[in-house]
Design a binder for this molecule. Structure first.
Ligand code: FAD
Length: 384
């Protein structure tokens, strides 16, 4: 497989995203607005329901195909960050939900009637140390009462439902720190403005993300996903797919940057020759392209294992690391190739540069990936 595989799929995605040109992205970026028309168009075309099984009205794509969808969005200059949650958050319901939860939610998500593209895991005081999170869910009869605080909860203002991870058994009472956490489905239409207070966080990219304060939020028992106390495992089960899809977005960015850089290097004439004739300009672009291609191969390898039902923790993490590094390198090279013009918003480079930088930190930071590989693949001592 290579960057031309699945031509019809690529063409189908391009038909939708090509309607959203450079001007559109500049306007939403400048206004810090949610790209509503773009997300609606992708939803209506069925692409965001790609991973929902056909029996629930989705496209039933493999992860390999879904990754190509995300790659194409970013390769066309778009920003999947506004919509990738809709593609993978519902995976938790597919894998661990009850029949009733699946029947209720998945067909409506597939038809675009509801959005479930928000997941509240990170907390301000505990960060990457997820098992220490402080939000609690206490069961009283057939309801849970949830209290706490989350940060960086993305796309919440454009979601009807979100998944939330909370502690149901105190840390001091569990054998392993990963136990005693549970996942809940929260109906945001009922809760926001009442038991959930939302404080938007203005940030470096045009990414709708928030701090949220949860005050006596009541959730019925039937909105718990899977068994009580096994929530962290359910969230972790979804992370390989998430990492691979994010890797594909980085790869899309990487191709966008290298294509943009090489096109400019061919036509920009300085000292009476195209700047791309200088190897000082040409080689960094070529090297960045090599690294994007290599990351893409690791992405396909991770997808292949995932689609075959084979554990792919190492490959998913490696593809995310390689892809995030490759897109960041390509972003730097593209900016450098454009000289001063790279800083002008109308070229889109400074926007994509900011957007691709995020992938070094979220949804998982580079150090956490290296730590996983050091411990689980190379057998070195656990560091935290
Ligand atoms: C725009 C944006 C959107 C996000 N969306 C969501 C979302 O929708 N839902 C959600 O739950 N979260 C979301 N996040 C949160 C994101 O997952 C976290 O920011 C990320 O996991 C890192 O956590 P932290 O920011 O608390 O950093 P910290 O945990 O405070 O860490 C700070 C730095 O130190 C490093 N570090 C920490 N401990 C170690 C160690 N033992 N060894 C080596 N390095 C270490 C980290 O890797 C990081 O680089 C989002 C973040 C951003 C910026």
């Amino acid at each position: 497989m290579n960057n031309h595989s699945f031509p019809e799929l690529r063409e189908g995605v391009r038909q939708v995203v090509s309607a959203f040109d450079s001007r559109y992205w500049q306007e939403v970026d400048e206004a810090r607005a949610f790209p509503e028309k773009f997300v609606t168009a992708l939803t209506q075309a069925g692409w965001l329901a790609g991973l929902i099984p056909e029996e629930y009205g989705g496209a039933g794509l493999s992860l390999t195909q879904a990754s190509v969808v995300m790659e194409e969005i970013n390769r066309a200059g778009g920003n999947s960050g506004a919509c990738h949650g809709q593609m993978y958050v519902m995976g938790c319901i597919v894998r661990h939900g009850t029949d009733q939860q699946k029947q209720d939610l998945l067909p409506r998500i597939a038809r675009g009637e509801i959005r479930m593209q928000s997941m509240a895991v990170t907390e301000p005081s505990t960060g990457s140390d997820t098992t220490k999170l402080k939000t609690t869910a206490v069961r009283k009869g057939d309801r849970y009462r949830i209290n706490g605080q989350k940060v960086w909860t993305s796309r919440l203002q454009h979601s009807d439902y979100m998944l939330l991870l909370a502690r149901t058994t105190p840390l001091a009472e569990v054998k392993k720190k990963s136990e005693g956490l549970s996942v809940f489905l929260v109906d945001l239409r009922e809760a926001v403005g009442k038991t959930i207070t939302v404080r938007p966080i203005r940030n470096m990219v045009n990414h709708e993300t928030n701090e949220i304060f949860i005050d006596n939020l009541e959730v019925p028992v039937e909105n718990r996903i899977g068994e009580e106390g096994r929530g962290l495992k359910y969230i972790l089960d979804g992370l390989n797919a998430e990492r691979i899809l994010i890797a594909a977005e980085c790869i899309g960015d990487g191709y966008w940057f290298t294509e943009k850089a090489s096109a400019y290097a061919k036509q920009r004439v300085v000292f009476d020759r195209p700047i791309g004739q200088n190897q000082g300009i040409q080689f960094p672009i070529a090297r960045a392209f090599v690294n994007v291609e290599a990351a893409s191969l690791m992405r396909y390898r991770a997808c292949e294992l995932f689609d075959a039902g084979i554990h792919c923790g190492a490959e998913a993490n490696m593809s995310k690391l390689l892809a995030a590094d490759a897109s960041w390198e390509a972003a730097n090279v593209c900016l450098q190739t454009h000289g001063g013009f790279g800083f002008a918003s109308e070229y889109d480079i400074e926007r994509k540069f900011r957007e691709t930088r995020l992938y070094q930190v979220a949804p998982i930071s580079t150090n956490m990936i290296l730590s996983y590989l050091g411990e689980h693949v190379l057998g070195m001592p656990r560091s935290y």
